[in-house]
Design a protein around this ligand. Structure first.
Ligand code: S3P
Length: 172
């Protein structure tokens, strides 16, 4: 079973991923962490030293390598599905799960962590919510191509795991 968790920054991918992996008894990986371990640099520093385009190329490589594994839950970065046809790539390799909490929840979570997130620094403070909304809307098109869409702000891992088990039973 290969499951890619996708969703905007602050959607809870890195928190929910390990819980779901535990419920499904699968190994868990986080693409951002794989990136930082491989290149021995934080994503924040990478962005400021080399820029977003380089980040996307390197992220692409890590995704392709990770997808070679047979079984995993992989939390991806907020931008992963939106570059290099990666949403299709992930859907071909396995299943994708879109974590889609209400927009107000994202705003609340991201307001407190904007400093640590390189992309959000561009949004400023005055128009933060408006800019975030526009950016989210551009990305939603990709996220919505996921095999599973979870709209709760705090999904219950056992319930989602059961939904996934049922799905695999049906297609096997
Ligand atoms: C990004 C999201 C980040 C990280 C990088 C770019 C994005 O991951 O990959 O800063 O483009 O939305 P999280 O979604 O885990 O914060």
């Amino acid at each position: 079973m290969r499951i890619f968790i996708v969703g905007y920054m602050g959607s809870g991918k890195s928190t929910f991923g390990p819980k779901l992996a535990n419920a499904l008894q699968l190994p868990f990986y986080d693409l951002d962490i794989l990136f930082e371990e491989r290149y021995k640099i934080s994503i924040q520093n990478f962005f400021s030293k080399y820029g977003e385009n380089h980040f996307r190329e390197f992220e692409h490589q890590i995704l392709i390598e990770a997808a070679e594994m047979e079984e995993f839950i992989l939390s991806t970065g907020g931008g992963t599905p939106c570059f290099f046809d990666q949403m299709n790539f992930m859907n071909e390799r396995g299943e994708t799960l879109f974590l889609n909490p209400p927009f107000e929840v994202l705003v609340k979570r991201l307001k407190t962590s904007a400093k640590k997130r390189p992309l959000l620094q561009r949004f400023g403070t005055a128009d933060f919510e408006k800019n975030l909304h526009e950016h989210f809307a551009e990305r939603e098109i990709y996220y919505k191509q996921a095999s599973f869409i979870i709209d709760e702000a705090s999904p219950v891992e056992e319930e989602v795991a059961e939904q996934i088990r049922q799905y695999y039973l049906k297609i096997s």
